[in-house]
Ligand binder design. Structure first.
Ligand code: ATP
Ligand code: MG
Length: 345
């Protein structure tokens, strides 16, 4: 049974640190968590120090190591990260298919760590829709597109006619109305994934989770399926979380969250702007994630270049914090302000 493997008791969203830290650090940690007591109050998805430990033949695999993530309603977020970084583990937990070993995860008010079987069923039926990489996991091969989309609705209260109408409009919205009476075997890869998205939306979920939905597709078709997810997000207001290996796919999301070693490590935020000539431009800014305990993951490449390891020296400036390798002479005494007007270099 998932979730029963670990020996760490669920933290249940409590504020207390899991291990007793040194007094000085403890005070800082308490301050850090106290300062954000309302962590994720308005968010639709809240992951608070999420831990998932798998036990495999006596060996512990820490798939998630205290992952923090907030997703606001209506966001479209891409999740990227190396193979084995914990992306699918996170998605399976958010989908209600797996439970965390420790930490708190809440989606649309459902505390996923402590659901009864009945609540879990309701959560999976009403709150989340899921699209997997393989079409065979998303669609039943012997049903037509329309029948596939109607299937999840059977668990709801809608009558047959209403279900057929909704299936028709969803297939239409996903631009696969022409596939309504075809089985998945007679569709293209892109059509199958669009039908899978329609199926995932059948019960009007607030959140759509997609784990590598474009992994089996060529570049053009992948962009097409990503465009469909964007349309679902903007047109239907569904909050979308999509895992992708493909930087081009991730670049289509306004927010990209990178996971490294089971933690969110950096975020890229993109926004469209208009330049002085009236042309649409896109700006992307990458941020390191500062977690609730004050931890930041320095990009590997930056650390390697400066030979940083084990410890770094910090220096607080009025408007920034300097980080030095501990072998370097470290912060120099402040230099006198330049004499003339501002100069570069
Ligand atoms: N059921 C399981 N039992 C044991 N270990 C697991 C299980 N599922 C995942 N892991 C391990 O947990 C870690 C994270 O796996 P996960 O599938 O979340 O990675 P991922 O980021 O989705 O990778 P990929 O990009 O290859 O899909 C890996 O080390 C993996 O081997
Ligand atoms: Mg995966």
């Amino acid at each position: 049974m998932p979730g029963s493997a670990g020996t760490v008791p669920p933290a249940g969203g409590g504020q207390a640190p899991r291990t007793a830290p040194a007094p000085g650090i403890g005070a800082l940690a308490a301050e850090a968590s106290g300062a954000q007591a309302g962590y994720g109050e308005d968010a639709l998805i809240v992951c608070d120090r999420l831990v998932r430990i798998y036990q495999r033949e006596g060996i512990e695999v820490q798939a998630l190591q205290g992952l923090d993530l907030l997703v606001e309603p209506g966001e479209l977020t891409a999740v990227v990260g190396a193979s084995g970084s914990g992306k699918s583990t996170l998605m399976n937990i958010l989908a209600g298919l797996d439970t965390p070993t420790a930490g708190m995860v809440r989606v649309a008010g459902y505390d996923l760590g402590g659901l009864s079987p009945r609540q879990r069923l309701a959560y999976r039926r009403d709150v989340v829709g899921f699209v997997w990489q393989q079409a065979s996991q998303n669609l039943l091969p012997y049903l037509t597109a329309r029948q596939n989309v109607m299937l999840p609705m059977r668990l709801g209260r809608a009558g047959r006619r209403e279900r057929a109408t909704r299936a028709g409009s969803l297939l239409d919205a996903l631009q696969v109305a022409h596939c309504a009476d075809r089985t998945p075997g007679r569709m293209s890869g892109g059509e199958r994934q669009r039908t899978a998205i329609a199926t995932a939306l059948a019960n009007r979920p607030r959140v759509l989770l997609a784990d590598e939905p474009t992994g089996d597709l060529d570049t053009a078709t992948a962009a097409d399926v990503m465009a469909a997810l964007t349309a679902v997000n903007t047109g239907l207001g569904v909050t979308v979380l999509v895992v992708s290996h493909d930087p081009a796919v991730a670049a289509q999301a306004s927010r990209t969250v990178a996971i490294r070693d089971g933690r969110t490590s950096s975020e890229t935020l993109r926004h469209a702007a208009t330049d002085e000539f009236g042309n649409a431009t896109h700006h992307a800014v990458e941020y390191a994630v500062l977690d609730r305990a004050g931890r930041v993951q320095l990009p590997r490449e930056m650390m390697r270049r400066l030979g940083m390891r084990d410890r770094v020296r910090l220096e607080a400036q009025p408007d920034h914090i300097g980080v030095w390798p501990h072998t370097s002479p470290g912060p120099q005494p402040p230099s006198p302000p330049p004499a003339g007007p501002e100069q570069d270099g």
